[in-house]
Design a protein around this ligand. Structure first.
Ligand code: PEP
Ligand code: MN
Length: 390
């Protein structure tokens, strides 16, 4: 997969003109704005064919492109090597996720009533939440379980957002609901059960709204990153990754929080990483230590179930913490974060493509293979051997 980056000073008209010219030569290109970078991929380009190689040479000679690389099997647009720096996702004027900030997302698992939602929304806002979570459409294991209030739940989320000023994070489970959810939500959530529902990912991406992509509980980290790549390839660079626990052999916790996935995703990808300790462990007493562990591991934020009803909530009550427990968690974790030395920037550990060179020998954190001259022999083969990673 060939991936290239536009120079930052290339005006949009020039980018469009180039896109048309490439299309006329028979090559579709997908562009995605991530942070301050415009990345481009060519899904139909077979770089090893004579025609493809000729086109790559043309790309390499295009002054508007900062660099052109061949990314072997990697989720190219999402890779840290493609931006060379972590991306901060702007959710609203008041809320940016990533870029050194720690974001708190809190609220009930499911929206149940105006009183429940508004009460929790006010309480979490007053205790430090930046965004309000709450499911209107609930993907439940049993068809007999409470399935959420649906559109009526979206109306309540709209009211709670207007009343508290908090942006809403809520799940979309069906392509048919994307438009209605996007009217209310600042962030559209893709749940673990839909993490590889690619048609849904595509539709959600087209709204242009930030998307919080949960990791499927049976997905490897590369599979999760490839899910994110569907969003980016559809032109939506506002993606938040969310680790929420994976299935392991134990049954004392609901799932197992894969804490190693946090620094790993941050080394492989430029996207912000959020952790949901509530769904990972399914027990209110473990939420605070897991949230602290996530923060210490370098997460960009945490999403927690908070509900006054506790165990009597209609959905996942066993894992909800009280608003006061949430307040204590925010205070303690923020104090801990202030006391930690800043993490070394993973972007600096890999060598991102060097600005100014059109062909680069950089590999960054994913196996981005240089589209190298033929005599590069061993180097290229060495990098190709690393393709087991994603
Ligand atoms: C949720 O956040 O409400 C939810 C259903 O989570 P998950 O998709 O991770 O199970
Ligand atoms: Mn839940």
């Amino acid at each position: 997969m060939i991936v290239a980056r536009f120079r930052s000073d290339v005006p949009i008209e020039d980018r469009s003109r180039l896109t048309c010219a490439w299309h006329q030569r028979g090559y579709r290109s997908l562009q995605c704005l991530v942070g301050r970078h415009t990345l481009v991929t060519f899904p139909d380009l077979e770089a090893t064919s004579p025609k493809g190689a000729e086109f790559v040479a043309l790309l390499q000679a295009t002054p508007a492109l900062e660099w052109v690389v061949d990314s072997v099997d990697a989720p190219a647009l999402g890779s840290l090597a493609a931006t060379g720096e972590p991306t901060a996702v702007r959710v609203s004027d008041d809320c940016v996720v990533g870029g050194g900030r720690f974001t708190w997302i809190a609220g009930p698992c499911a929206v149940e009533s105006a009183a429940q939602l508004l009460g929790v929304a006010r309480e979490v806002r007053d205790r430090g939440a930046h965004l309000l979570r709450g499911g209107a459409f609930k993907p439940r294991t049993s068809p007999y379980a409470f399935q959420g209030l649906g559109k009526a739940g979206l109306d309540l989320l709209r009211e709670a957002s207007a009343e508290t000023g908090l942006g809403v994070v809520t799940e979309v489970v069906d392509v048919a609901h994307v438009e209605a959810v996007a009217e209310v939500a600042q962030v559209l959530q893709i749940g673990a059960r839909n993490a590889q529902n690619f048609a849904l990912l595509h539709e959600v991406a087209l709204t242009g709204r930030p998307v919080l992509l949960k990791r499927g509980f049976g997905c490897t980290v590369p599979e999760w990153l490839h899910g994110a790549e569907y969003l980016l390839a559809a032109g939506n660079g506002n993606v938040l990754l969310c680790e929420r626990g994976v299935r392991t052999h134990g049954n004392t916790t609901r799932f197992t929080l894969d804490i190693s996935a946090v620094p790993l995703a941050k080394r492989l990808s430029h996207l912000p990483v959020i952790v949901d300790p509530s769904h990972a462990c399914g027990r209110s007493d473990l939420v605070a230590p897991l949230a602290a562990a996530a923060a210490a591991a370098g997460a960009d934020g945490v999403m927690v179930d908070v509900d006054r009803a506790g165990h009597s909530a209609l959905c996942d009550g066993e894992q909800a913490i009280t608003p006061d427990a949430f307040g204590a968690l925010v205070e303690r974790t923020n104090r801990m974060l202030r006391s930690l030395d800043p993490e070394p920037d993973p972007a600096r550990e890999g060598r991102p493509p060097t600005p100014g060179s059109r062909t680069t020998t950089a590999t960054g954190s994913l196996p981005l293979r240089v589209h190298a001259p033929r005599d590069a022999g061993d180097d290229v083969a060495g990098l190709e051997r690393r393709t087991d990673l994603p």
